[in-house]
Write a protein that binds this ligand. Sequence first.
Ligand SMILES: [Mn+2]
Length: 329
Amino acid sequence: MHYFDVCNGDADGLIARHQYRLSFPVAGTDLTLLTGSKRETSLLSRVDTSRNETNGTDISVFDISYDRNAESARRLLEGGASIRYFDHHRAARFQPHPRLAAHIDTSADVCTSLIVDRYLEGAHHAWAIAGAFGDNLIEVAEQLAANAHMAAEEALTLRQLGEYINYNAYGESIRDLRYAPAEIARRMLPYRSPFAFVQCEDIFVRLQIGFTADLRRARAVQPLYTSSMIAVYLLPDEPWAKRVSGAFANLLASACKARAHAVLSRTTTGTYTVSIRAPQDNPQHANIIAEAFINGGGRAGAAGINNLPDNEITRLIALLEATYEAGIA
Ligand SMILES: [Mn+2]
């Protein structure tokens, strides 16, 4: 049997997968990890079963949209592979199959790390809480930490761990990232406790330093557009801006909960990568706005658009205004 782990390279994806492998370890030689930057979500297409057709293929997927991977899933299932699928993104194209075990929950207060936590009956609960913080489910994660009788500073450490690993996943390409997500996955592997990981590996401190520096630059950027209901920021074509765009969007969303936010990062091709955050007081419609554009998608509270052209920015702002206009949203 050969195993493939396919996960998003953000905190939720890496930590969901980490919890699963702590409970179900597999020898490294029998396992291939496929991951990437936050926006690389068509990862199932990279599974290559050609070298081990005779022995069977066992695929575990974490935190990448089924809809983006539906064809690949069908091809792999028809080829004899077994797939277990943990995710919280919309799965409109989902089709049951006898060798597909799906754990998909699109509730707004759930992330993949929490779905795996539920599946493992809380076996690695502290990691799951860090994953929830990483997906910006701050209140959910705070509540879980309180229920688990964690000290305030432990909860803060998990929050920072989630935020920093999540921050690390953003970039136009993997070259913009401070760590390849696969390296973070590899270095997490021995740690049953996220607190031991924070203390013994330098990843936490290095990401903290990088995150703080990148965020300081983002905070100095003036908004492109603001109204009572929305604020839109435009970040330059620089590696720091690409790394911090998602974290910056989360920070804005938490700082002003009544407003919707969009952070646009200019890419090397002259288009924009967009992070959309619905108002936290009304976490709806972000996905609908994103889906109104080519290469847009996501969840109700947080969504994104890849390669938005210059001439669509006005339409994006108008759609944000129309969607969140007081009384309608
Ligand atoms: Mn997630």
